[in-house]
Design a protein around this ligand. Structure first.
Ligand SMILES: [Fe+2]
Ligand SMILES: [Fe+2]
Length: 169
């Protein structure tokens, strides 16, 4: 017995072009999460000093969340009949999250995290718009992830505010 073709929703045959577009956006999101995991690992280990501890603990928690996001993006790529890319396709972009000259420069790390989260927020809002009315499942998934990123950015904006108040940023 032949499998019944899906005629409704993003998995239907006539939605191949839409799927292709969404898969490309999901691949970009996947790489953003992977790079964020790398950057947050480094920046949760490198910082020195009393002030660094809160940032270190915060980033340690975020690493697990960002890794979970990467896994969700990968799973959705497969569900849309795509293939999760191999590591050779990876191209780094987070120039702002490279180790600072001095490992006590916590403001550099905080600003870098805000930049990374803002980039994710921008891209995920775009995915939410593109998938509207086309792929509600991807949209729903990305809305939940977007909330995490907004929470991350808000937390680090609070850290930055404290440094600004003290004249350190
Ligand atoms: Fe994330
Ligand atoms: Fe995040």
């Amino acid at each position: 017995m032949a499998t019944r073709a899906t005629t409704t929703g993003i998995l239907s045959e006539d939605k191949a072009a839409e799927r292709e577009q969404i898969i490309e956006l999901l691949k970009k999101a996947y790489w953003m999460e992977i790079e964020t995991v790398m950057s947050y690992i480094a920046n949760s280990v490198n910082p020195d000093g009393v002030r660094a501890q809160e940032i270190i603990e915060s980033l340690q928690e975020d690493i697990q969340e960002e890794l979970g996001h990467a896994q969700q993006f990968a799973a959705r790529i497969k569900e849309l009949y795509g293939v999760v890319p191999g590591s050779l396709e990876f191209a780094a972009e987070q120039s702002y999250l490279q180790p600072p000259d001095h490992q006590t420069d916590i403001v550099h790390v905080v600003k870098g995290v805000i930049e990374a989260e803002s980039g994710a927020i921008e891209h995920y809002n775009h995915i939410i718009e593109v998938t509207d009315g086309v792929d509600f499942v991807t949209q729903d998934m990305v809305i939940a992830i977007l909330r995490d990123e907004e929470g991350h950015r808000r937390l680090f904006e609070g850290y930055l505010r404290e440094y600004e108040t003290e004249g350190l940023a």
